[in-house]
Design a protein around this ligand. Structure first.
Ligand code: ADP
Ligand code: MG
Length: 435
C-alpha cells in the first residue's frame, strides 16, 4: 500500500498516502478511508459537545450542592454528630461550620463562575489525644453528607524519590473511596492522620536540614492543600513515564489534618505563662485528673505559633486556618461512650445476643470498671470495645449452642476476669412482648 493515493470516503478529496498518519482509517482492500483532516474535524466536534455537556452537568451539580446545603445546616450537622460522639462540643461545632462553609464556597464558585472574589478554602487541623473521636467524628460527617472520605496516614508518606508512598497516595485513596468517580473525588474529604508525625523533629529554632524528609513531605502536602492537579497511577501500577495516570484537581477537596500532637500543651503553657504570669498550676505532683484538666484547658488555647514551634512549616499552617481541638475523655465520658451513642458497644452486644434470644445486662460497676481499664491503657475510647470483646468471647461462643431464652449478666468480677458471666434461664420476653 505504500506511496499510493486514496479518496477520503468522507470529504472525497484525493489523498497521497506517504505514511499511515495521512489516512489513519484505511482499509486498502475495500478502499474505505477517512483522511486526517476529517478525523480532526470529527474530534473537535465531539470534544466541544462533551465540554458543553459537562458544563451543563456542573449546573446540576450546583443544584445538588444547594440541596446538600439546605439539608445540612451547621446545627443539623451537629445534631447528627451528637448521636454518635460524646463530649467534644467545641469540635463538633467547628467541624459542622467548616463542612457547611466548604460546600457553600463550592456552590459560590459554581454560581459565580469567573467572579472576581474567591472564598478561600478552609482546611482544618484537628488535634486531640488518641482515641478521643477524631476519626470517628469525620467518618460520621462524611456519611451524613454522603461524600467520599479517605484516611491516609501522613507518617507513611515520604518525599518523592524516597522509599515509601508519595503524597499523591492520599488523593489516590480518596479516588478509590469515591469508586473511581473523578467528580466525586474532587469534592471529597481527605483526612491526613498522624499529621503531627511529619513535624520537623527540631521545631522552629533548629536548622531545616536536620530533618529533610519531613520538611519535604510538608512541602509536598502544601501543594495539595493549596489546590493543584495531582497525578497518580492506578493501584499496583509502577510509576514509569508511559503508565496511564489519573489527574485530580484538589481545589475543592477538604483537607483535614489530624493528630495527637503529643507535648504541644507544654508549648502552649509556656506561651500562656509568658502572656499572663499569674497563671500557675501549683508545683506539687499533679494527679491524673489535674493533668487532664490542665491539658483540656490548654489545648483549646492553641494558636498557629504553637504549631510552628511544634515543627509545622508556616506555609502549611497558613493553609489550615481552622483549628479544631478535642479534649481528653474522662471516666464519665467513657462510661457514656459505652452506652449512649447510637452505635454504642453495649447496644451492639445487646442486639447481637438478642438474636440468640438472650437478654444481655451489664452491671453499672462492670461498665465503670471497663472505663477505668481503658483509662489505664491510655488509648482513650479506643480500647473500650476490645476490653468488652475479651469478656464476651466465651459467651458469644457458648450462647448459640442452644435456643433457650436466657439472661446474661456481666458483673465487675467478669471484667476483672475473676468469674464467668452469669447465665440465667428466662422466659422468652421477646415473644411475650410481641404477644
Ligand atoms: N467522643 C467520643 N464519642 C463516642 N465514641 C468515641 C469518642 N471518642 C472515641 N470514640 C470511639 O472510640 C474509637 C476510637 O476513636 P477514634 O475516633 O478512632 O480516635 P482518634 O481520635 O484517635 O482518631 C471509635 O470507634 C469511636 O467510636
Ligand atoms: Mg484516628
Amino acid at each position: 500500500m505504500a506511496f499510493d493515493t486514496f479518496h477520503c470516503s468522507m470529504c472525497g478529496r484525493r489523498v497521497k498516502i506517504q505514511s499511515r498518519a495521512d489516512m489513519p482509517v484505511l482499509d486498502p482492500n475495500t478502499g474505505f478511508g477517512i483522511c486526517r483532516n476529517c478525523i480532526k474535524n470529527l474530534y473537535h466536534f465531539v470534544e466541544e459537545d462533551e465540554s458543553h455537556k459537562s458544563r451543563s452537568k456542573k449546573k446540576t451539580f450546583s443544584d445538588a450542592l444547594g440541596e446538600l446545603l439546605a439539608k445540612n445546616k451547621p446545627h443539623l450537622i451537629k445534631e447528627y454528630l451528637d448521636e454518635f460522639i460524646i463530649m467534644q462540643e467545641h469540635a463538633k461545632k467547628i467541624l459542622s461550620v467548616a463542612a457547611y462553609n466548604h460546600y457553600k464556597r463550592m456552590k459560590y464558585e459554581l454560581d459565580n463562575h469567573g467572579g472576581e472574589e474567591e472564598i478561600e478554602k478552609s482546611n482544618v487541623i484537628i488535634m486531640g489525644p488518641t482515641g478521643c473521636g477524631k476519626t470517628a467524628m469525620l467518618s460520621h460527617l462524611s456519611r451524613l453528607l454522603d461524600i467520599p472520605f479517605a484516611v491516609t496516614d501522613a507518617s507513611s508518606l515520604t518525599e518523592a524519590g524516597f522509599v515509601g508512598a508519595d503524597v499523591e497516595v492520599a488523593v489516590r485513596n480518596l479516588y478509590y473511596a469515591a469508586g473511581k468517580d473523578l467528580e466525586k473525588t474532587e469534592h471529597g474529604i481527605i483526612y491526613l492522620d498522624e499529621f503531627d508525625k511529619i513535624a520537623r523533629k527540631s521545631g522552629a529554632n533548629n536548622s531545616i536540614t536536620a530533618d529533610p524528609g519531613h520538611e519535604g513531605v510538608q512541602q509536598g502536602l502544601l501543594k495539595m492543600l493549596e489546590g493543584s492537579v495531582v497525578e497518580f497511577t492506578e493501584r499496583g501500577q509502577r510509576k514509569h513515564p508511559e503508565a496511564p495516570t489519573i489527574k485530580v484537581n484538589t481545589k475543592n477537596i477538604l483537607f483535614i489534618c489530624g493528630g495527637a500532637f503529643v507535648g504541644i500543651e507544654k508549648i502552649i503553657e509556656k506561651r500562656v505563662k509568658k502572656d499572663d504570669a499569674n497563671i500557675g498550676f501549683g508545683s506539687e505532683i499533679p494527679s491524673k485528673e489535674d493533668t487532664d484538666k490542665k491539658f483540656n484547658e490548654l489545648i483549646h488555647q492553641v494558636r498557629p505559633e504553637d504549631l510552628m514551634k511544634y515543627g509545622i512549616i508556616p506555609e502549611i499552617i497558613g493553609r489550615l486556618p481552622v483549628i479544631c481541638t478535642l479534649e481528653t475523655l474522662d471516666e464519665d465520658a467513657l462510661l457514656k461512650i459505652l452506652t449512649e451513642p447510637k452505635n454504642a458497644p453495649v447496644k451492639q452486644y445487646e442486639k447481637l445476643l438478642a438474636m440468640d434470644n438472650v437478654k444481655l445486662e451489664f452491671e453499672e460497676a462492670a461498665l465503670r470498671r471497663v472505663a477505668k481499664m481503658a483509662i489505664e491503657r491510655k488509648t482513650g475510647a479506643r480500647s473500650l470495645k476490645g476490653i468488652i470483646e475479651d469478656v464476651m468471647l466465651d459467651i458469644m461462643f457458648d450462647i448459640p449452642k442452644s435456643d433457650e431464652p436466657r439472661r446474661v449478666v456481666i458483673t465487675e468480677a467478669c471484667i476483672n476476669g475473676e468469674e464467668s458471666p452469669k447465665i440465667f434461664p428466662r422466659e422468652n420476653i421477646f415473644s411475650k412482648e410481641s404477644a
